[in-house]
Design a binder for this molecule. Structure first.
Ligand code: HEM
Length: 201
């Protein structure tokens, strides 16, 4: 693997997904002040449904078993919802995002999807700082947004190195296409703040 290629796929991913990242970030509006507890609960339920659709489908490819074992987000999502007072029945009832399984239909697109999921831990650091001191925040904060604690940078770098090595022989357009599709699906699937406000009225 050469350094030119290393730069290229990571740069291409960042470049190809910049607009979809910013669109999702705007739609989620998680940095609004004051932090809206009901909206965070709805977003966490949405992510849980997404991961319940996505993660089981990863087991079709042996190469992602390690990712699942080390980085599954389902336990953190459940723990956060419980800490926010959501009961087990409501957690179990979170709708499953069936379309998320389609993101894993080929290897290259799956790496693109994992790029999006792992990258969310970077934005998660910003959200974690934003939530600090919020009265309804459970002790220890929301794990979903800082699943790796002080290891976030290390885990991100390790993931990127694995992605570069694994995608050398794959078409970069498939990898970036998988990442863009993942952002689009999340933008469709996750609730916006105005949707939650409508449910409350
Ligand atoms: C809603 C609030 C969000 C904020 C404020 C935010 C903010 C950020 C910031 C500041 C970075 C750059 C960090 C750095 O370079 O050190 C970043 C990177 C990234 N975020 Fe977000 N983000 C948010 C949501 C998300 C979500 C929901 C996802 C995906 C599920 C996501 C995926 C990514 C990815 C893939 C990167 C890596 C970009 C790269 O290749 O460098 N972000 N985000």
């Amino acid at each position: 693997m050469d350094d030119v290629r290393r730069q290229t796929i990571l740069d291409e991913l960042r470049h190809a997904t910049r607009a979809s990242h910013d669109r999702l970030e705007q739609r989620l509006d998680l940095l609004a002040q004051p932090a809206d507890r009901d909206h965070f609960i709805a977003v966490l339920r949405g992510f849980l449904g997404f991961h319940r659709g996505f993660e089981p489908s990863l087991s079709h490819h042996g190469e992602f078993a390690g990712w699942l074992a080390e980085r599954s987000q389902i336990a953190a999502l459940r723990a956060d919802l419980t800490a926010l007072g959501v009961d087990d029945a409501a957690i179990d009832d979170a709708p499953v995002c069936r379309a998320a399984a389609e993101l894993t239909e080929d290897r290259a697109r799956t790496w693109g999807a994992l790029y999006v999921i792992e990258g969310s831990t970077l934005g998660g650091q910003v959200i974690t700082r934003h939530l600090a001191g919020t009265p309804w925040l459970p002790a220890g904060g929301l794990r979903t947004f800082h699943p790796y604690g002080s290891q976030t940078g290390h885990m991100w770098n390790e993931f990127r190195a694995r992605l570069v090595a694994a995608t050398t022989s794959l078409d970069p357009l498939d990898v970036t296409g998988g990442a863009v599709s993942t952002f689009s699906l999340l933008a469709e699937w996750l609730p916006t703040r105005s949707m939650n406000a409508q449910h409350r009225t």
